[in-house]
Design a protein around this ligand. Structure first.
Ligand code: NAD
Ligand code: ZN
Length: 261
């Protein structure tokens, strides 16, 4: 395994030789699967759940992003989602999102799957990403199949002002996958199919602890493909990574995709 924290010359925090290897691997791959997590959006100003900025009014995300929290206090949960929507709307895709979008648009065989709900991959353009955990900018009905995209403010002043279904008037909820909920079956199947068929799985900015998303890299590895990880710190995936690049998404991703040297 190549790990980039040795003594070789550095390109913005990662050493040159593993970067050259990573560039060669992605350039030669017929099929590439990309898995991203909150870390890719950190340099756009979106806090990760596990950073200090991930706290809101001293609540932890794990206590708000659950079906139980919504059942107990839907107003509080909607207030938090309203705050997150506003926060993310002030953020723009960074050089890593943009390089991935351009790369996926320019060549066949690239699938981008994200655990993020911030919509920044979609905002970067290119083929639509697989949004494994849904989107902050979509809501759905708690009773029927209604769904709607939207970026407007959320009025969470009282239970009466919360978003409602346009079809049956039942309470609406954010169209995201909460802790304790299952991912949409067709979505995760599509992701596993692409991961298993990939020659290279590029993992960017995920702590790889949330399942089943974290197992996608294992699917590539078990099918004989190579895993390349970009993360400032070691993660559970480091053990299976052919190359582990200890740098940030913005510093490393554009370089390995050949958009910058
Ligand atoms: P995480 O917060 O658990 O881990 C983030 C990872 O990114 C860490 O391993 C960290 O070392 C790394 N990282 C930090 N800065 C980085 C940078 N500049 N470049 C590259 N890597 C960097 O996030 P996760 O693994 O995505 O899992 C948390 C869950 O929280 C997911 O299910 C996701 O849906 C949700 N979440 C989403 C967002 C978002 O949409 N932006 C934000 C917070 C949490
Ligand atoms: Zn409805």
């Amino acid at each position: 395994m190549l790990i980039s924290d040795g003594g070789a010359p550095k390109v913005r925090g990662a050493v040159l030789q593993p970067i050259t290897e990573a560039r060669a691997l992605v350039a030669a791959a017929d099929r590439c699967f990309v898995l991203t997590g909150a870390g890719i959006s950190a340099e756009s100003g979106v806090p990760t759940f596990r950073s200090d900025g991930g706290l809101w009014k001293s609540y932890r995300a794990e206590d708000l992003a659950t079906p139980g929290a919504f059942a107990r206090d839907s107003r509080l949960v909607w207030e938090w989602y309203g705050w997150r929507r506003e926060l993310v709307q002030r953020c723009a895709p960074n050089a890593a999102h943009l390089a991935l979008a351009r790369w996926a648009a320019d060549r066949a065989g690239v699938t981008i799957a994200t655990q993020n709900v911030d919509g920044l991959h979609a905002a970067a353009g290119g083929p639509p990403p697989i949004e494994l955990h849904g989107s902050l900018f979509r809501m759905r009905c708690t009773c029927c199949e209604w769904r709607e995209d939207g970026r407007g403010p959320i009025d969470a002043t009282s239970a009466e002002t919360l978003p409602r279904c346009a079809r049956c008037r039942a309470l609406a909820r954010p169209d995201v996958v909460w802790f304790g909920e299952s991912l949409d079956r067709a979505t995760i199947e599509r992701a596993f199919e692409a991961a298993s068929a990939a020659d290279v799985c590029l993992v960017v900015g995920t702590s790889a602890v949330v399942q089943p998303a974290a197992s996608l890299a294992n699917a590539t590895h078990e099918a004989g493909g190579a895993v390349i990880e970009v993360n400032p710190v070691e993660t559970p995936l480091t053990a299976i990574a052919a190359i582990s690049l200890r740098g940030t998404a913005v510093g490393v991703v554009p370089v390995i995709l050949g958009s910058r040297v």
